[in-house]
Design a protein around this ligand. Structure first.
Ligand SMILES: Cc1cc2nc3c(=O)[nH]c(=O)nc-3n(C[C@H](O)[C@H](O)[C@H](O)COP(=O)(O)OP(=O)(O)OC[C@H]3O[C@@H](n4cnc5c(N)ncnc54)[C@H](O)[C@@H]3O)c2cc1C
Length: 442
């Protein structure tokens, strides 16, 4: 059996890794449009370190998946303790926001506590992300942080977003919120409290470790931009920019669905095309600033909900580097989301970097432009899936057509259009490989 996998990000590579041992599979071809595999797990060299598309920390509730990632990295991995803050009204608040209400001004602290304890929205089953925040955390926490931060990162009103992404967030126990307002801070999201990260090379090291484990049966074709996909009988034919058409018995796609649908020559019905066109996503600009010194405290990532500031999160990348490699300067990563056609998307790289440095100085995180040693940036078109209110319906239409009618498997963050992290990608690769092997062996 010959298997074709479109896209060689973590989804494609980890699936090939898991499938390759089966003796009934003769060959696996990975078709990747870029010059290197990795997709969102590529790391960009800057000022001596590898910078990810947003720092990619490794954590998971699934011990088997976490073990696999850590083992693949061998000696090149260390365990770190989360040290994230929210910068609100000139103060650092421990992340998650509801776990350190005592760091707010007294009126804001009381507003958050009272509206949490006397919450008129609590009984209503939430129909949108905004309703979920109001029902779960009350008006104060929602209005001071959750709503502005989410509007900023999504560039989309949470009133028009589905609950899919947030519905697993547990309701904090009232005693924790009371304690947090009294100054006894607690920890939230404990599954990410400790995380792993490659010591050197950025998250691309994880991808490279998977890549090195691919055997002779797997052929990785880079610079292979998939152009046209056809089907005759049960066989698939894929034409890419790197060579003659390739034929497969089984096809799996981890490329973004809108890109897939645009390339399918299978008589795609208009409602399926429309569903793909209506999927919403954000792009991201990663701005890198190397500074002599900063005043951001001993924090790794800082979330900024203030709408007048361009970035929603900054990270001190040196936090991820082993102590012995640090040189006393700081590499700051600022993340800026945008959507094609909006105001931010029209900023040039130079304008964006200029604004980021300005904003860092305005917040008091750096003294000014004079401490900047170097700067750089890169962009990623498909970064965040937006769960708008039509997402479920659009995805049902697309899955029914691709998987139900064509037997073309969808896999990965934009392959399935789901907000999934690396651990969920690997978990899904494990599940997909079991399904495929089950069918092959049947
Ligand atoms: C800002 C940000 C921060 C993140 N932080 C974390 C984190 O801290 N921890 C964590 O676990 N996860 C994190 N993630 C999620 C993680 O990046 C993804 O879950 C994972 O990398 C998705 O892998 P993928 O293979 O599904 O998709 P992708 O990496 O998008 O791979 C798809 C591949 O398809 C290729 N492709 C596209 N079109 C074509 C075509 N026509 N022909 C051929 N190839 C094509 C692309 O070049 C790409 O290589 C983060 C993501 C973002 C955007």
């Amino acid at each position: 059996m010959k298997i074709g996998i479109l896209g060689a990000g973590l989804s494609g590579i980890s699936l090939a890794y898991l499938l390759q041992e089966n003796e009934k599979i003769d060959r696996i071809d990975l078709l990747e449009k870029a010059d290197n595999p990795g997709g969102l797990c590529r790391s960009h060299p800057f000022a001596g370190i590898g910078c990810d598309v947003g720092p990619h920390i490794m954590f998971s509730k699934n011990a088997g998946v976490l073990d696999l990632m850590v083992q693949l990295l061998g000696d090149n991995v260390h365990k770190l303790h989360r040290s994230n803050r929210i910068f609100h009204d000139g103060r650092f608040i421990k992340y998650p926001f509801e776990n350190e209400l005592s760091a707010l001004s007294a009126p804001e602290r009381d507003y958050c506590l009272n509206s949490f304890l006397n919450n008129p929205y609590a009984p209503y089953p939430p129909q949108s992300m905004l309703q979920f925040f109001l029902a779960t955390f009350g008006e104060g926490i929602t209005n001071l942080y959750l709503r502005p931060y989410n509007e900023k990162i999504w560039k989309f009103d949470p009133a028009f977003m589905d609950t899919q992404m947030v519905e697993r967030i547990p309701k904090p126990p009232p005693e924790d919120i009371i304690k947090s307002a009294q100054g006894v801070s607690t920890e939230g999201y404990v599954h990410q409290l400790h995380f792993f990260y490659p010591k050197r090379g950025g998250i691309q090291s994880l991808l490279d470790a998977f890549h090195r484990k691919l055997g002779n049966k797997v052929a990785l074709h880079t610079g292979a931009h998939v152009q046209k996909i056809t089907r005759s009988g049960s066989a698939w034919q894929v034409l890419d920019s790197a060579g003659p058409a390739r034929t497969f018995d089984r096809l799996i796609s981890s490329i973004p669905i809108p890109e897939l649908i645009a390339r399918l020559d299978t008589g795609v019905p208009p409602e399926v095309r429309k569903a793909a066109e209506n999927l919403r996503f954000n792009s991201i600009a990663i701005c890198l600033i190397h500074v002599e010194r900063e005043r951001m405290g001993d924090n790794f990532a800082i979330m900024v909900a203030d709408k007048d500031i361009l970035f929603h999160r900054i990270s001190k990348l040196d936090f991820l580097v082993p102590e012995e490699d640090r040189d006393g300067t700081t590499r700051i990563m600022a993340e800026v989301t945008y959507r094609a056609g909006d105001r931010i998307s029209r900023l040039s790289d130079q304008e964006m970097l200029h604004q980021v440095v300005e904003d860092l100085a305005r917040l008091g995180f750096i003294e000014g432009r004079e401490v900047v040693r170097a700067q750089d940036m890169f962009r990623q078109q498909y970064a965040y899936v937006i769960y708008d209110l039509d997402h479920r319906r659009n995805m049902r239409t697309l899955r029914d057509y691709c998987e139900g009618q064509l037997g073309l498997l969808l896999h990965g963050r934009f392959g399935e259009f789901e907000y999934i992290n690396m651990d969920a990608v690997i978990e899904k690769s494990m599940k997909r490989s079991r399904e495929i092997l089950g069918a092959v062996n049947a």
